[in-house]
Design a binder for this molecule. Structure first.
Ligand code: LCS
Length: 397
């Protein structure tokens, strides 16, 4: 059998084969779920050598596990990074990266529209360790640069942003970071490595809530970090070891299974979202629709430059604001009223009172999350069924 050089493989091939191929012990084609908390040493001497870092080997799943390792290998391939590390959740990954980079008295600069949990970390939890966050409108790069000072340890951006779908110039941010010698950390959850390649644009550390499109089936909470090997090794040996937000082997396996179909699913999410966005844009009861793939999106040109396609997320406002939006969410039948996103099932929610309720009224206004804004994660159903469901629900308003 000839050996195929995976470093030359295309994205879809890596999604299927990037985890390392057939299990050499058993011939299992699907990566085995090594559901074991501990691994036996061959001798006391070997145990001591592994603990001392003199010999490689699995010994305790909080510090490494073969199923986790297969996922890490594949994610590093897919993002084009040197190494990857799994976490128990996206928030575990985000807090882990920030705590690895910041000390008491330091600050970070972040785009101001981020997942509500990330905003709460900035506002409530990091200040307990005397780490401050400067949240700026990062669609304006001059605001990003002027917020950086000698105590800034990283720039964090989320693009497309949850939930406003604002697009941030990744290459522009990377240039600023290079000039100030700080890493650019990007939450690539909404785009996935299939639609957006941040490392190729100069980003240093990539984070995912793998709960979303990476898993893709709404059954797993997980996080991932991709970056340079030194950084990832340190993150594993210190932050993951001490704070313990470790992924279970079963969840790592569910993500590996999800990744096999990532490009196929993303193509369909994008195509469906475009159909739904066009339907809403022409509906008389809709005030406005925001989708990065519509030319009416304020950063449509930038999105076209830095994304392969435009993703599966849409935001819109029904005429009549929040009460009308609530009526719509209570009236849909096929679409599910629930938070999270990136699942096979279409999901609808109200950010101001749900995912982004950690923003106070003034903050919501400043970042453009209006009271009436509804977020729709377009799933993998037939697009005509999704639009029919919306059409019938809109009739009731
Ligand atoms: N980053 C982004 C962009 C997210 O949307 C989320 C969760 C996280 C990080 C945190 O990841 P987790 O710990 O949940 O895996 N976003 C959610 C949302 O919009 N609805 O429910 C969760």
């Amino acid at each position: 059998m000839s050996k195929f050089d995976l470093s030359t493989a295309k994205f879809a091939t890596l999604c299927v084969h990037g985890s390392g191929g057939v299990d050499p012990l058993t011939g299992a084609v699907s990566v085995p779920i090594y559901q074991s908390s501990t691994f036996a040493f061959k001798s006391a001497k070997q145990g001591a050598a592994i603990f001392a870092g003199e010999e490689e080997g699995y010994f305790y799943t909080r510090l490494g596990n073969p199923t986790q390792a297969a996922l890490e290998r594949e994610m590093a391939f897919l993002e084009g990074g040197e190494a990857a590390l799994c976490f128990a959740s996206g928030m575990g990954a985000i807090s882990g990266v920030i705590l690895a980079l910041c000390r008491s008295g330091d600050n970070l600069v972040s785009s101001d529209t981020v997942y509500g949990g990330t905003h709460n970390l900035y506002k409530e939890t990091l200040p307990m360790w005397n780490i401050q966050t400067r949240e700026v409108n990062a669609t304006d790069l001059t605001k990003v640069e002027s917020a950086i000072d000698e105590k800034t340890r990283l720039l964090f951006i989320e693009t497309p942003a949850n939930p406003t779908l604002s697009i941030i110039d990744i290459s522009g941010c990377a240039e600023i970071c290079k000039k100030h010698n700080i890493p650019l950390v990007i939450d690539n959850t909404f785009a996935t490595p299939y639609l957006q390649r941040p490392i190729e644009m100069g980003a240093n550390i990539i984070i995912h809530s793998a709960t979303k499109y990476i898993g893709g089936h709404g059954d797993t909470i997980a996080g991932l970090v991709v970056g340079k090997k030194d950084f990832v090794d340190n993150l594993r040996a210190k932050i993951l070891r001490d704070l313990g937000a470790v992924i279970s082997p079963l969840n790592a396996w569910l993500l590996l299974r999800g990744l096999k179909t990532l490009p196929v699913r993303m193509d369909r999410h994008c195509a469906n979202a475009f159909e739904v966005a066009k339907f809403l844009a022409f509906h008389p009861k809709i005030n406005w629709v925001k989708y990065p793939g519509l030319s009416t999106h304020p950063q449509y040109q930038l999105a076209s430059r830095q994304m392969k396609k435009f993703g599966g997320m849409i935001t819109f406002e029904v005429k009549g604001g929040r009460p009308a939006g609530e009526k719509l969410m209570n009236s849909v039948g096929l679409i599910t009223l629930a938070v999270s996103l990136g699942d096979c099932d279409s999901l609808i929610e109200h950010p101001a009172s749900m995912t982004h309720s950690t923003y106070n009224a003034q903050e919501l206004e400043e970042v453009g999350i209006s009271e009436g804004l509804i977020r729709l994660s377009v799933g993998l159903e037939d697009p005509s069924d999704i639009t029919t469901d919306l059409k019938l629900a809109l009739k009731k308003i």
